[in-house]
Structures are given as structure tokens and as C-alpha cells.
Design a protein around this ligand. Structure first.
Ligand code: SAM
Length: 212
């Protein structure tokens, strides 16, 4: 279903500057329409964010592509995602061969994603809770991706990143953010690259917006 639409979306992403063929291939394979409510399924292959309920969104495909490309995932990498939402980003990471761990704070979205992972036979470890404190048990991670906008970079996430690993996180105010790509050089040294401008829903938690 929607094969042609998916192909057009991927070609569109290529034109917009996505160069990692593995990421494009994963986006060609994962059926985005399965991750959105039925009522908006016909919009699933437009390059736009879509509502998934509870005031949350599935990110725009371009955003998913650029974040995933920035993470430079290799097969077998351990990747932590904060903000499971629909589960689409987690499914893309899984398709790239990563061992995926994902955290969602909204119980309803968490339950929905869990059910979908099961239906699609995606072996993804998911947890409901505050992702701003990370998931220490399985750290260190080769990659950490935060799919909600944060006022700053949560310290636990920097700590739970492996040396040489990458942390991709939108940082800014509640309306617009800059995508920060941190590469961990040593325990307290990070190389930082930035891509402007993005607009994510807020990261709410102890080390995020903290309900402000
Ligand atoms: N990655 C998602 C996808 O593929 O559909 C998009 C997620 S949406 C833009 C951001 C998600 O982050 C929302 O589902 C929201 O509930 C969640 N979120 C916000 N703060 C969080 C936190 N502290 N811990 C875990 N999830 C959080």
C-alpha cells in the first residue's frame, strides 16, 4: 500500500539534501501510514508533521531523515530515543540495524506504540517514563536521539553516551530550536555541530521543561 507515494517522498527528501542512502532506503521500507491515525493516513507521505493525539505529533519526514542521518547509525549500535510518540522514528532506527531503546512519557502513546511494535514484529525495548534522565541500565549508548525540544542538554544523556557516540537534540525555546549534534570526545569533552531551525513539541521532564 502507498508504495508510489513512499517513493515520491523519498525522492523529495533526496532533493532536499538527504544524502545517506541507507536512511533513504529505511524510509522507503517503513510504512509511515501505519504510525498515524486512520483519519490522516492519506497525508502520511506528505513531508509534514501530523497529529497523533494528546497534543503530540509524528515529526516531519525531513526532520526524521536529517536527525537519523546526523546520528550515523551503524548496524548493531545501541541507540536510545527519547519521545517514542508514534514509534516511527524508532522503527527507522530498527530498520537500520540498531538495537533500539525508546522512552515515552505519555502512557496512552506508549501503549499504542508497544502494540504496533508487536504487530509489526519490531523488537524494540520501550519504557514509559521521563526520558530526560535517560535509561541508565543499558548505557552507554552509541547514539541518543531526542525528538522533543529542550531548553538545554540533559546531563544524564551526555553521561549515558559512549565515547565516540552521538547525541542529537533540538535545543531552544518552546517555539523554535536548533538541532545540536554532539560527538563525545572524552568524558567531559564534546564536539558540537548545529543545524537551524526546527520546531518540536516540548520535552517535559526533570531535565527538560519540567512542566514550566
Ligand atoms: N519520535 C516520535 C515519532 O516518531 O512519532 C515523535 C515524537 S513527538 C515530536 C515528541 C514526543 O516526546 C511526544 O510523544 C511526547 O509525549 C514525548 N515526550 C516529551 N517529553 C518527554 C520526556 N521527558 N520523556 C519521554 N518522552 C517525552
Amino acid at each position: 500500500m502507498f508504495e508510489q507515494e513512499r517513493l515520491e517522498l523519498v525522492n523529495n527528501l533526496r532533493k532536499k539534501g538527504i544524502t545517506d542512502e541507507r536512511v533513504l532506503e529505511a524510509m522507503l521500507k517503513v510504512e509511515r501510514h501505519r504510525f498515524v491515525p486512520e483519519i490522516v493516513q492519506h497525508h502520511a507521505y506528505k513531508d509534514i508533521a501530523l497529529p497523533i493525539g494528546y497534543g503530540q505529533t509524528i515529526s516531519q519526514p525531513y526532520t526524521v531523515a536529517i536527525m537519523t542521518q546526523s546520528l550515523k547509525v551503524q548496524p548493531g549500535d545501541k541507540v536510545l530515543e527519547i519521545g517514542t510518540g508514534s514509534g516511527y522514528q524508532a522503527a527507522i532506527l530498527y530498520e537500520l540495524g540498531a538495537k533500539v531503546f525508546t522512552i515515552e512519557r505519555n502512557m496512552e502513546l506508549y501503549n499504542k506504540a508497544l502494540k504496533l511494535f508487536d504487530e509489526l514484529n519490531l523488537k524494540i525495548a520501550a519504557r514509559c517514563g521521563d526520558g530526560t534522565i535517560g535509561w541508565e541500565e543499558f548505557s552507554p549508548y552509541d547514539g541518543i536521539i531526542v525528538t522533543a525540544g529542550s531548553p538545554s542538554i540533559p546531563r544524564p544523556l551526555k553521561k549515558q553516551l559512549a565515547i565516540g557516540g552521538r547525541l542529537v537534540i533540538p535545543v531552544g525555546d518552546r517555539k523554535t530550536q536548533v538541532l545540536k549534534i554532539l560527538t563525545k570526545i572524552s568524558e567531559d569533552e564534546f564536539k558540537v555541530d548545529e543545524i537551524p531551525y526546527f520546531a518540536f513539541v516540548p520535552l517535559v521532564g526533570k531535565e527538560g521543561w519540567n512542566g514550566k
